[in-house]
Ligand binder design. Structure first.
Ligand SMILES: [Zn+2]
Length: 136
């Protein structure tokens, strides 16, 4: 990891253990929207002593610092996104999560005027094109 980046993470008050760095690096540019389990399984061979709690806690901290986004596309497990795309598609069959780039214009409902809205997430649910053609 570049020194500049290391300084950035340090400036956020993140204690940078080798495991944490590996988690951050795994997520960088990752488009798979992995779950904590996915990340744990991917890094386990390199860090046999790493616990699942370490992965989970690191993810929680990164979410809190606004560096990654937590996606509640599945009810059973959280998925994580290093880019902070507001919109996603979730395939209910293959569990794939895709970033949706299109700008979607949403105006804040009258009822919420005067509130501080920090985030709006839109999740499109359904079948991806591959799953759709397989299910025919
Ligand atoms: Zn699919």
């Amino acid at each position: 990891m570049k020194k500049q980046k290391l300084e950035f993470y340090k400036s956020l008050g993140l204690k940078l253990t080798p495991q944490r760095l590996a988690i951050i690096e795994y997520l960088e540019g990752n488009k798979e929207h992995p779950s904590a389990e996915d990340i744990y399984n991917a890094l386990k061979p390199k860090f046999p002593s790493m616990s699942f709690a370490t992965v989970y806690n690191t993810l929680e901290i990164l979410v809190k610092k606004g560096l990654i986004k937590e996606l509640n596309v599945e009810s059973t497990r959280k998925r994580f996104d290093p880019s902070t795309h507001p919109h996603h598609f979730f395939c209910k069959r293959c569990k794939k999560v895709i970033d949706v780039d299109n700008q979607i214009n949403i105006s804040v409902p009258e009822q919420l005027k005067g509130f501080d809205i920090e985030d709006i997430q839109i999740i499109f649910y359904g079948l991806c094109s591959e799953c759709k053609s397989e299910s025919k």
